[in-house]
Design a protein around this ligand. Structure first.
Ligand code: GLU
Length: 295
């Protein structure tokens, strides 16, 4: 694996829990085994939900776990310009469109479809796809609405984006997925970005999005291996599409098992008892954490 770059990319909008511990320990173990690089990236684009206290907590928890990472740490909130440049290119190439429907309008539209007995498609996370009615608005109407100050989000036109790529049978959109149990093995996964519909790439309050900033940063930081939870497996399809549109290299992926609570649910940031700070205060050692996450 020598020459590889791994990263751990938490959002400081809550405390780290055992799920994060598994992720960062896997990344750190892999980087150490190959004498490779491990980067820490703070994904704090949502300035209302991310706090300096949570960010300080991340550093404290990781140091306590014995994780070493390369400096400087990249904080996404300091790089909005990089994401704006990527977005500008997509706007220029007409691969995104201003989407004006409010949350309420989307809900009402889909309720209408459901009432009419039409099963509205949902994304892999279960959210209804964006209706995309405003995709057909003419340039003049778009400009009028924007000029009037109507709020909008930039959405990726997935159909236009797929059409733009040269997706011949010999060159499908796919990614390399390493086996979670046997790292010597990988398979090629076919990416299906249309399952997500026209995702938001930037909004008024946050001028970027998770997908856009993650692919820009992975490329700028030279990340070769993305090791993260299985909950982000399907998101890879959209990220691969964006990488291709922007001419960015595709890292290899490994989506690891999730740590579940006693009821079989994914751990959330509000489950205090699985928080690393709480476990530390309880007298647990970093070795105990490794055991608790099954390493
Ligand atoms: N910031 C994301 C999270 O905390 C992870 C992003 C990624 O690993 O791609 O869930």
């Amino acid at each position: 694996m020598t020459g590889s770059t791994f990263r751990f990319a938490p959002s400081p909008n809550g405390e780290l829990h055992l799920g994060h511990a598994l992720s960062v320990l896997l990344n750190s173990d892999l980087a150490k085994a190959g004498d490779d690089r491990l980067l820490l990236r703070i994904e704090d684009i949502d300035l209302t939900r991310c706090t300096p206290e949570y960010e300080a907590g991340i550093h404290e928890d990781l140091r306590w776990l014995g994780i070493g990472w390369e400096e400087p740490v990249r904080r996404q909130s300091e790089h909005f310009e990089d994401y704006a440049q990527a977005l500008a290119r997509l706007i220029e190439e007409e691969l995104v469109y201003p989407a004006f429907m409010s949350r309420g309008e989307i809900r009402a539209f889909i309720a209408g479809q459901d009432k009419a007995g039409r099963d509205w498609p949902r994304d892999p996370d279960g959210a209804p796809l964006y209706p995309g009615l405003d995709k057909s608005l003419g340039t003049a109407e778009r400009q009028r609405r924007i000029g009037d100050g109507q709020p909008f989000a930039w959405r990726l036109d997935v159909a236009a984006a797929l059409a733009r790529l040269d997706l011949s049978p010999g060159r499908p959109l796919e990614w390399r997925e390493y086996d979670d149990d046997d790292l010597g093995r990988f398979r090629t996964v076919a990416a299906d970005p249309s399952a997500w519909g026209d995702v938001i790439l930037a909004r008024r309050e946050i001028p970027t999005s998770y997908h856009l900033s993650v692919i820009v940063d992975d490329a700028l930081q030279g990340v070769t291996h993305v090791v993260r939870g299985r909950d982000l497996y399907h998101a890879t399809a959209i990220q691969r599409l964006l990488q291709e549109l922007l001419g960015l290299p595709a890292p290899a992926y490994r989506h690891h098992r999730l740590i579940l609570d006693a009821e079989g649910r994914k751990l959330s940031k509000t489950l205090g008892h699985t928080g690393l700070a709480a476990l530390r205060a309880d007298g647990k050692t970093p070795g105990d954490i490794r055991r608790l996450v099954g390493l």
